[in-house]
Design a protein around this ligand. Structure first.
Ligand code: HEM
Length: 410
């Protein structure tokens, strides 16, 4: 359906509609149906997301990501290197999130964790296709999935972990839950948390960087804005909030790169009335989809919708024109709306700010391809929830030549 008002106010809030998609994801990721369908347990897990990914805890997460990124940028030499922007920053962002959530020691004890996560992500995509004769075709896929999950076995609480991971370890092992979570449920849940934290953030942060690199007017506006803050305090809430142009750039990238579509499944036969009075009859198990990505490309709301207009979401700009900025829905909606949304945007902001401040980057892209990307981004539609990065035959267009300036941080 393409009726945002009805979807947001009636369907997303109505307990008669469930989010089977998230359940399917957890099942595909290796969590048992018994766990997923345990309402008490799921309510507590969702509550934990809202306790530990917001407020003061969010500031801790930001600080840790900042430290990880600085660490990576510090150890790089000042010599010039050539790498692929998606491979290089993809790994960097992945490890910043993994270290922040699970701690440095865990990450150091897991060689090949990034590669294993990539294989897990690929496996999830295949399992979700629900191909018949699963056991035969899916054997190697399930093997890869389980190799990733196994890395999270026997996690014990330690000081390096984020509060959310500590809370989950305690919760899974508590007396009241020890019969609910098997060993596999526990490790799959940890693995899925890391997957959820990086699957969209990593690719989209790099598209945001690419958007800046191919639009000189945007990068120079961001550079000006960065001069107004103390980069050593970048991770602080007030500093991040000041970066309104950078925020607009990120929103503008996400509008075009997140393959956003919200779905809800009817848990009983139900009739709803949409905004123009049309009655829609749904049978139990019917799925209703609201494709917000169609809105994101609506030229009445976003003129020249395929192009990157870095200040499209800058509030002052719109107040001057007397218009309201149209909203986007990249993080879902309702009770199950993405709880990591603030952390995700902060992570992307910190990556972009640190890269612009501390690195010299030249994008080694053909001029004709750059112009093509400026007219319309080209990416793979194959990712689970997320776009899959550049299309294969153009991967090499995303090489960069970079060197790091000497970082002088407190
Ligand atoms: C650009 C980055 C991100 C995007 C676009 C994104 C998008 C989404 C979407 C669309 C959903 C499903 C919600 C719905 O359909 O209503 C979701 C769920 C979720 N996201 Fe994100 N997300 C991002 C980053 C993150 C981060 C950094 C975390 C950190 C842990 C995170 C954790 C989660 C979790 C745990 C759920 C499941 C919530 C539940 O089960 O109720 N996400 N995300």
């Amino acid at each position: 359906m393409y009726d945002e008002h009805t979807f947001l106010t009636k369907i997303a809030r109505d307990p008669k509609f469930s989010m089977e998609f998230l359940d399917d994801l957890s099942l595909a990721g290796g969590v048992s149906r018994a766990c997923i369908k345990n309402t008490r347990v799921m309510d507590e897990i969702i509550k934990q997301f809202h306790t530990y990914l917001f407020g003061d805890e969010l500031e801790q997460l930001n600080k840790s990501v900042y430290d990880c990124l600085i660490d990576k940028l510090k150890v790089r030499s000042t010599t010039t290197n050539i790498v692929n922007v998606f491979d290089y920053f993809g790994e960097m962002m992945f490890y910043a999130a993994a270290t922040t959530l699970f701690g440095k020691t865990f990450v150091e004890q897991q060689p090949g964790l990034y590669q294993s996560y990539l294989e897990f992500n690929h496996a999830l995509g295949i399992i979700l296709m629900k191909i018949p004769m699963q056991s035969f075709f899916l054997y190697p896929v399930i093997k890869k999935r389980n190799e990733y999950i196994k890395r999270f076995e026997n996690l014990k609480i330690n000081d390096e972990q984020s509060k959310i991971v500590q809370a989950r370890i305690e919760f899974f092992a508590s007396d009241e839950n020890k019969d609910v979570f098997s060993k596999q449920d526990t490790s799959a849940s940890h693995g899925l948390l890391l997957w959820a934290a990086v699957v969209n953030t990593v690719t989209n942060s790099i598209w945001a960087l690419v958007d800046l690199l191919i639009h000189p007017e945007a990068i120079s506006a961001v550079k000006q804005e960065l001069k107004t803050i103390d980069i050593n305090q970048l991770y602080e809430r007030e500093t991040l909030n000041k970066l309104q142009i950078l925020d607009s750039c990120i929103n503008e990238t996400l509008r075009r790169t997140v393959l956003s579509m919200s779905t809800r499944e009817a848990t009983e036969n139900i009739t709803i009335t949409d905004s123009d009075g049309t009655l829609i009859g749904l049978r139990k198990h019917d799925i209703l989809a609201y494709p917000s990505l169609v809105k994101h490309y609506d030229s009445d709301l976003f003129p020249q919708p395929y192009t990157f207009q870095y200040n499209r979401f800058v509030k002052e700009q719109h107040q001057q024109n007397g218009k309201k900025i149209p909203s986007t829905i990249v993080f879902g909606c309702g009770k199950r709306m993405c709880p990591g949304r603030y952390w995700a945007v902060n992570e992307i902001k910190m990556l972009l700010a640190l890269v612009i401040t501390n690195m010299n980057i030249e994008l080694l892209m053909d001029e004709s391809y750059r112009k093509k990307l400026c007219e319309r981004l080209e990416y793979q539609y194959t990712g689970v929830l997320s776009n899959g990065g550049p299309i294969k035959q153009h991967h090499d267009q995303f090489k960069i030549k970079y060197s790091c300036r000497n970082i002088d941080v407190n």
